[in-house]
Design a protein around this ligand. Structure first.
Ligand code: HEM
Length: 126
């Protein structure tokens, strides 16, 4: 039997959509994330769709972002935004709150947290 991907362990498209949707709602509402919220467009729906598509492939599910936009070049795409330790931590704060609200196995949550933190840290450019 093949090992399940993180995408499948999380609960596939339905759970990933819930995660990303809560992530941006939290970013929109939580004053802790004010600076990172201000870097984003007023309407977050496109950001949400892009993050959903990206994470789908990143977690081992369908490579939706790649199919539509090509290679993510994630670090380069974040260069226009001044991302420092605080920005990284604000982004992670929203993601952690969103993950905490969903029924995710503790072991998977720990792995996702580590991998997302590393990716967010890699986006730092200031
Ligand atoms: C695990 C870490 C992260 C992932 C996976 C991620 C993913 C993405 C993706 C896929 C996009 C859309 C790129 C595009 O096609 O235009 C994006 C845009 C963006 N990201 Fe991130 N990001 C991460 C961390 C961060 C951090 C730490 C910040 C700021 C503190 C940030 C701020 C932004 C902003 C401002 C945009 C532009 C939004 C828009 O134009 O809709 N990201 N990110």
């Amino acid at each position: 039997m093949q090992a399940l991907t993180p995408y499948e362990l999380l609960g596939g498209e339905a759970m990933l959509r819930r995660l990303v949707s809560r992530f941006y709602q939290i970013m929109d509402e939580d004053p802790v994330a004010l600076e990172v919220r201000r870097m984003h467009p007023q309407d977050l729906s496109e950001s949400e769709e892009k993050l959903f598509m990206f994470l789908s492939g990143w977690l081992g599910g369908p490579s939706l972002y790649m199919e539509k936009y090509g290679h993510p070049r994630l670090r380069a795409r974040h260069m226009p935004f001044a991302i420092d330790d605080f920005g990284r931590d604000q982004w992670m704060h929203c993601m952690r709150r969103a993950m905490d609200e969903l029924p995710i196995e503790p072991e998977l949550k720990k792995k996702l947290d580590e991998a997302l933190w590393n990716t967010a840290d890699f986006m730092r450019n200031r």
